[in-house]
Design a protein around this ligand. Structure first.
Ligand code: NAD
Length: 367
């Protein structure tokens, strides 16, 4: 299969972790006989230095011409004196807008080997595999009117949704639930908010199109508690923008490190894939960055933009295998594991585990 991938590695640890993710994608292309092309473009601080703007026109063109965009992270302390609209992070917000994705997918997976990294007890996190689907372009973050009048001491934000905005993201969540354990939990505050009542009614209306999916509704306040008490109860969790922002960050507690978390944003002109973490200037250039979030992001790219489900699963299994064997970057090293590995070594270990699993499956097919 042919796939054009735009690489926006960005700043700090962005290029370090993205390099490892691209190596894994190249391995998948080589093993599977696929034709993946990679075009690099500037975003963030590196683009400000080279072009005077965090999102150059050429980057927009390359991204829009691609089948998928793989992003590292942006942010560089040396631009902290600039106004927000000129800083590296402005480039990130702009590229998200240009690509126009409205469904933000954040998996929350408990790797058994990292059970000790979570402050939750291992029996609580065991087997957790949740996929958050967060609406990304509506709600309080974008609704008008919005204002802060310092003289009158009044500030206004508006939560506003239309039925079609809810329907399009809900359909993505239903479709994803179908491919997983067929359970959809829709989170809202329908006991207080009309917007939430619209969400609930719209999701209920769609249910008949997906008779194989079980739907439940949860109020966001009780959901925040259930996530920490019984996270195994959830499969696909669908939320509006603000609630999804908070709940998906809360669920990071289950996985144990920011460096492990992938994400994807679907539904726009081109899908965008990025690890959840930032540019981590405190460890940039030290080889301490955990590349597994970026590598798991590459797996999401194969799943959602190329339909290569088996390859995506093989990458996730290779990550689990490397962790089971006791290898750790500094952020996930706890207890009595041996010496920590660098970003590059971790990437190579996943590559080796992936190559071995593909060799094994090819020799099985040959039998
Ligand atoms: P951060 O995610 O960069 O780092 C938070 C902490 O987690 C740091 O201690 C860092 O060392 C650690 N960490 C993050 N990723 C890691 C990894 N892969 N491996 C090991 N440790 C990791 O968040 P921050 O410090 O608040 O922000 C730093 C810069 O990144 C800022 O400029 C911020 O605006 C930017 N940022 C960008 C994005 C993005 O590009 N999507 C997201 C968040 C923050």
């Amino acid at each position: 299969m042919k796939l054009k991938i735009a690489i926006l590695a960005g700043d700090g640890i962005g290029p370090e972790v993205t390099r490892e993710a691209v190596n894994i994608l190249k391995a998948i292309a080589e093993f599977g006989g696929h034709d993946f092309s990679f075009t690099e473009a500037l975003l963030g601080g590196i683009a400000i230095t080279a072009e005077g703007t965090p999102l150059p026109k050429q980057t927009i063109d390359i991204a829009l011409d691609a089948d998928a965009v793989l992003l590292g992270a942006v942010g560089d302390n040396k631009f902290n004196h600039l106004t927000p609209d000129k800083r590296p992070e402005a480039g990130l917000l702009q590229i998200r807008q240009v690509l126009g994705g409205f469904a933000n997918l954040r998996p929350c997976l408990a790797f058994p080997a990292l059970a000790d990294n979570s402050p939750l007890r291992p029996e609580v996190t065991k087997g957790v595999d949740i996929l958050f689907v967060r609406e990304l372009l509506g709600g309080l973050y974008f609704g008008q009117p919005r204002s802060w009048n310092e003289e009158t001491g009044e500030a206004i934000n508006t939560m506003r949704y239309t039925k079609s905005e809810v329907t399009r993201v809900a359909r993505i969540a239903f479709d994803l639930a179908r491919k997983r354990r067929k359970k959809l939990t829709q989170v809202d505050k329908a006991n207080v908010l009309e917007c939430s009542q619209l969400w609930r009614a719209t999701v209920d209306e769609l249910k008949s199109d997906y008779p194989d999916v079980t739907v439940e509704h949860q109020l966001v306040d009780s959901m925040a508690m259930h996530l920490m008490n019984v996270p195994r109860n959830f499969d696909v969790v669908l939320t509006e923008n603000l609630f999804g922002d908070i709940l998906s960050d809360e669920s990071g507690i289950i996985t144990g490190s920011l460096g492990m978390l992938p994400s994807a944003t679907l539904g726009g002109k081109v899908n965008l894939y990025e690890p959840v973490h930032g540019s981590a200037p405190d460890i940039a250039g030290t080889g301490k960055a955990n590349p597994l979030g970026a590598i798991l992001t590459a797996a999401m790219l194969l799943r959602h933009s190329a339909g290569l489900e088996q390859d995506a699963t093989a990458i996730e299994a290779a990550v689990a295998e490397v962790l089971n064997a006791g290898h750790r970057t500094a952020d996930i090293a706890r207890g009595n594991v041996g010496a920590t590995v660098t970003t590059q070594q971790m990437g190579k270990l996943v590559h080796q585990a992936l190559a071995q699993s593909i060799d094994r499956s090819q020799s099985l097919h040959g039998v």
